[in-house]
Ligand binder design. Structure first.
Ligand code: NAD
Ligand code: MG
Length: 398
């Protein structure tokens, strides 16, 4: 029996995880559930999954959570604040942590789970982008293992031999990450000027949280995934390629030196990747329908349009530049996406904000958490200044 802590339980990945968990009451129990500030949704999940610990990150929402759980007759320990997230990740109530908080807010709990030797099921890609080396050191220290939930990295993981050692020793030539191209694939820059948040969040193949949906529309998501793949698989930037595959049925591929390309296919449903990681090394039922290939009929591929969707090119540049550049890329993107979703910044200004922040990205003085958090904060301050300038220049959208 595995005991899980689900961080980001009220989100899209949290919901998919709990859907798989509910199919296997003999395999999994829930030790802790954590969310940001949606006390009603968290209380409903606690009533269903009966965790030992419920964490609401925002202390202002703790009273509401307590009252709701009392009204429901649900008994569990309730904590709030940043330290409680660490406790949810590293405490003895769990041996497995699903890191599914969105953004830099998930960094410290992800690191804590790794350091505590938990099996880490990682969706929170921003943590890897900000602190890939630190996360790997924490995993070594804790002696646990990391299983990627991001569908592309989960696919690559499934296509690699699990013998350890380098990619070169395994005969890998390159990793090919697939991208759907997002809702605006094929459009010109001028057609993107007046995009609204709802248009950007209407992904053709996947239902996800709003931040990652916007990231998919700008292709910044694929850029973050290139950096994530670099860290998770020790792959050089030149060995990671992105191909646009609009059907989202091939979730990624690994090419070997003999010319073989191994791909993982399946429905665009995160429960497949989640079930693979939950059950690993066994396969377990995920509730995902069979992929009828004759019905799907086509698998198309094209090169990404890096001129229109600057986000991907900027991420490659940040990865190659190293230092604080990936941290700056992530921080500027988080702030710009939040401004876009709030109606303050035009869609195309997201990439512009990132680019301007990257122009002045300083070297990183060290690789410790304090230095990383400092670089993150500095980049966010600069992003705010740039966003203020850009938002006064052009109206966001009507
Ligand atoms: P979401 O917005 O649906 O959910 C985010 C979750 O994080 C919520 O439970 C929210 O309460 C929690 N959260 C947000 N801010 C927090 C804070 N400050 N403290 C504590 N908790 C906080 O997002 P999502 O789509 O589920 O994505 C979660 C992560 O998984 C992201 O890093 C995303 O890039 C990654 N991911 C998502 C998908 C997907 O299909 N949704 C696929 C691959 C990777
Ligand atoms: Mg992905």
């Amino acid at each position: 029996m595995r005991s899980l802590s689900v961080l980001g339980a009220t989100g899209s990945i949290g919901a998919s995880t709990l859907d798989v968990v509910a199919r296997h009451p003999d395999r999994f129990r829930i030790g802790a559930l954590a969310a940001h500030r949606n006390a009603a949704a968290l209380a409903a999940l606690c009533a269903k999954f009966r965790p030992e610990l419920a964490v609401i990150a925002d202390p202002a929402c703790a009273t509401e959570l307590r009252e709701r759980l009392r009204a429901d007759g649900t008994h569990c320990r309730i904590e709030s604040g940043p330290q409680a997230l660490i406790e949810a990740a590293a405490g003895s109530h769990c041996d497995t942590v699903v890191a599914a908080i969105v953004g830099a807010a998930g960094l410290e709990s992800t690191l804590a789970a790794a350091r505590a030797g938990k099996r880490l099921l990682l969706a929170n890609k921003e943590a890897v982008v900000m602190a890939g080396s630190l996360l790997k050191a924490a995993l070594r220290e804790g002696g646990g293992e990391l299983l990627p939930l991001d569908s592309e990295h989960n696919a690559v993981f499934q296509c690699l031999p699990h013998r350890g050692g380098t990619l070169a020793a395994a005969g890998v030539r390159r990793i090919v990450l697939t991208a759907s191209g997002g809702p605006f694939r094929g459009r010109s820059r001028s057609a993107l000027a007046a995009i609204t948040p709802d248009e950007a969040c209407a992904h053709p193949n996947w239902r996800m949280g709003r931040k990652i949906s916007v990231d998919s529309a700008t292709l910044v998501n694929k850029g973050l995934e290139v950096i994530e793949a670099h860290h998770l698989f020790e792959a050089a930037p030149d060995c990671i390629e992105v191909v646009v595959h609009p059907q989202s049925l091939i979730h990624s591929l690994v090419e070997y030196i003999d010319g073989s390309l191994l791909a993982q296919l399946g429905q665009p449903d995160m429960r497949t990747a989640i079930a693979y990681a939950l059950g690993w090394p066994q396969r377990i039922e995920a509730g995902v329908a069979t992929l009828d290939l004759a019905l799907a009929a086509r698998l198309d591929f094209e090169k990404p349009d890096l001129d229109t969707f600057r986000g991907l090119a900027l991420a490659y540049a940040a990865l190659r530049a190293g230092g604080s550049a990936p941290i700056v890329l992530n921080a500027a993107n988080e702030e710009a996406v939040a401004a876009f979703l709030a109606g303050r910044l035009p869609f195309l200004a997201i990439a512009e904000t990132i680019e301007r922040c990257l122009e002045t990205a300083p070297p990183l003085a060290g690789n410790d958490l304090a230095t990383i958090l400092d670089a993150d904060l500095t980049a966010r301050r600069q992003a705010h200044r740039i966003i203020d300038t850009l938002s006064s220049r052009t109206p966001a959208h009507s």
